[in-house]
Design a protein around this ligand. Sequence first.
Ligand code: ADP
Ligand code: FBP
Length: 319
Amino acid sequence: MQNIAILCSGGDVSGMNPALKHFVEYTLQKNLTPYFVYDGYEGLIDNKIEQASYCDVSGIINRGGTKIGSARSQRFMQKKYRDIAKQNLDTLGIEMLVVLGGDGSFRGLDIFYKETGIKFCGIPATIDNDINATDYSLGVDTALNIIKTSIDAIRDTASSFKRAFVIETMGRDCGYLALVSHLTSGSELCLIPEKEYDLKSFEDDFKKQIKNGRKYFIAIVSEGIKQDSSEIAQWFENKIGMESRVSILGHIQRGGNPTIYDRLMAYKFITHAVDGLLAGRDESVICYTKSGFEFNSIEEVTSKTKELDAELLSYLDKP
Ligand SMILES: Nc1ncnc2c1ncn2[C@@H]1O[C@H](COP(=O)(O)OP(=O)(O)O)[C@@H](O)[C@H]1O
Ligand SMILES: O=P(O)(O)OC[C@H]1O[C@](O)(COP(=O)(O)O)[C@@H](O)[C@@H]1O
């Protein structure tokens, strides 16, 4: 029997628990012995590695976050700690790793593979959807649904109280969450790092809309834009003449009951990752694109910054 381990690294996402469940079930079905590494690369170094069974994954498919924890690890950046991680894996006879994480995690994993020969398959997992070479990363759909529910709720109070709301989404330097939320929630303004903007250009139109009866505004802004959300709110007050409030959605976007789409994608990502390793793919990331699932090298995934989908971006210019 071959031993195979899974770990979560970087920001946790909803969808990791369904992935863990299918990992255990699928690897057992394939006559492999599954292991959990707790707390990301930190757990590899500290030997928090345990054999997993069906019991460990019962009742977790509906839970956000990850049962085995996730972490960012400064120590894994240093070879002396990666050597300890390799010793821990050798002691347990583990030769294959599945890692749910982002491009930083994959970069670390690739270095580890080159030093130790531990085979791996990366599964893109980040709410930001900013990993190059994959159209979809696990967790994005649940985050978008949480944002949708939040915006719908804020709309109730905004419309009742005649206010402008500036709603800030996560995403680091990527405006995907904000842009998709804008297009699907009917907000009046969307500001993202990928598109230059000048607030002045909206002033005449917004004032005209108020004259024509508009009672409230919803603006969705990504955390990576050049201004603080409070400055956008000030602009609504000073230049548009409407009382305003800021709502920073924050870490609620990283939690919550995984959507059907994320549960299904977790199932598919895990199946492809395990199949790929068994078929002899030693160092790859399983990506999802318009043409389906495909394996990519670390170089392809990490060498470029992902560009925002051009079609989605073009919709920002349309009324
Ligand atoms: N060049 C590297 N060498 C070794 N480990 C790395 C390297 N880059 C990232 N890592 C590991 O991957 C972890 C997660 O990376 P990070 O960039 O924070 O998140 P993400 O995987 O979401 O992009 C880091 O905390 C570190 O342990
Ligand atoms: O949880 P932290 O450390 O405050 O980090 C917040 C950041 O993590 C994210 O939620 C997800 O980022 P990663 O998936 O790349 O780790 C970003 O959207 C956000 O900027």
